[in-house]
Design a protein around this ligand. Structure first.
Ligand code: SF4
Length: 371
């Protein structure tokens, strides 16, 4: 299969691992900023195969994981209202809020539905004019264009019973925050190919120059990731700090201009809380004032909620690469995919679920964590 099987080829992967190990004169620390990449790295054991040459740190690239508890609680409050049909991608249903999750709201009679696109939610609003249909708009730059499109079309069609609960975050400010933290160890980044397919990589260039880190736009298959690591290690060994594109089959420097333009028309930059990390200035998107009638937060008056994170969950340390999931004492003991304490154990892109789904971590590290 062109563009897929060759990126899963074991012989190509082995030769890349050999090249990286031969080039590395010391152990370099790299961060992948995408939960999908984290799952490939952990599932394929790439981190173990590169032992001694590269340490992979898993970054805050899971959109479900970084959605703040306050936004989850707002979603729960809105979803519990009798006049509301609350729609979301499936991953969000089991993310714990302060008291319960969206699945429990549904079990108690709330109209919570999984949709595959915000445009499906808009169609629901057109079919149920007696209800308020709300879509939970979470994610990075990748999902922002479709959410912007849904709001734009709602206004175009004059649909009044549709709104979005926005919790969008953007990647470059998070990379900057990690680099500027006092205990930063990251020397290079693999930037997520799908984010760059929308936004391009121009925003990364001043970050790479200022902080002297290579940033490699990288795809999601094992060979993509090993090529990205090779490009980063080669730069570090040569003392270079540039943005390079490994994912040439999908990403151009300017991204997708029509999608960027639509996002800029509907959303504006704003300070945003990241779950487990805290507020990062100008790291989020909110609806522009002219689209205020589509803002679920305003429509349902759910601002100003007070929330308390579970004390045992170290999601912030996991999401910033300070610890690996098995180093959390709750991992595999009081926190499992069946009874998650934090979002990284729920989401299909979460680092904790990536580790948990490997039996060796369930059997050994969880036992060590509690001994
Ligand atoms: S294992 Fe569970 S409790 Fe620990 S950081 Fe991950 S989600 Fe939080």
């Amino acid at each position: 299969m062109k563009y897929l099987s060759e990126y899963r080829d074991a012989d190509i992967a082995k030769s890349l691992i050999a090249r990286i190990k031969a080039r590395a004169t010391r152990r370099w620390t790299l961060m992948e900023v995408c939960g999908g990449q984290t799952h490939t790295i952990v599932r394929q054991g790439l981190d173990e195969l590169l032992e001694g040459a590269v340490e992979m740190i898993h970054g805050p690239g899971c959109p479900v994981c970084v959605t703040p508890l306050e936004q989850i609680d707002k979603a729960l409050a809105i979803a519990a209202r009798p006049e509301v049909i609350f729609t979301s991608f499936g991953d969000m249903l089991r993310v714990p809020g302060s008291d319960c999750d969206l699945q429990q709201v549904r079990a108690r009679g709330g109209a919570v539905r999984v949709v595959y696109s915000p445009l499906d939610a808009l169609a629901l609003a057109q079919q149920h004019l007696d209800k308020e249909v709300v879509f939970f708009a979470v994610g990075f730059e990748t999902t922002a264009p479709a959410n912007a499109m849904a709001v734009w079309r709602a206004r175009d069609l004059g649909v009044k019973n549709f709104s979005v609960l926005v919790s969008h975050v953007t990647v470059p400010p998070a990379i900057t925050a990690i680099l500027e933290s006092s205990d930063n160890r990251v020397q290079g980044f693999l930037a997520a190919g799908h984010v760059c397919a929308v936004m391009g990589w121009e925003e990364y260039e001043p970050i790479a120059t200022k902080h002297r880190v290579p940033i490699i736009v990288t795809g999601f298959e094992p060979v993509d990731i090993l090529e990205g690591i090779w490009m980063a290690v080669d730069q570090l060994e040569a003392g270079r700090h540039e943005v390079m594109n490994q994912y040439v089959r999908s990403v151009r420097r300017q991204g997708t201009p029509p999608a960027r333009a639509l996002v800029a028309q509907v959303f504006e930059l704003a300070d945003r809380q990241w779950r487990g990390i805290g507020e990062i200035p100008m790291s989020g998107l909110r609806l522009r004032e002219e689209f205020a009638e589509y803002d679920a937060e305003r429509k349902f008056g759910v601002g100003g909620l007070k929330v308390t994170e579970p004390a045992d969950c170290r999601a912030g340390d996991v999401l910033t690469g300070r610890i690996k999931p098995p180093q959390c004492a709750a991992f595999g003991t009081i926190c499992t995919p069946e009874r998650p304490l934090g979002a990284p154990m729920v989401s299909t892109e979460g680092a904790c679920s990536a580790y948990y789904n490997l039996a060796k971590y369930r059997a050994t590290d969880a036992a060590e964590a509690t001994s």
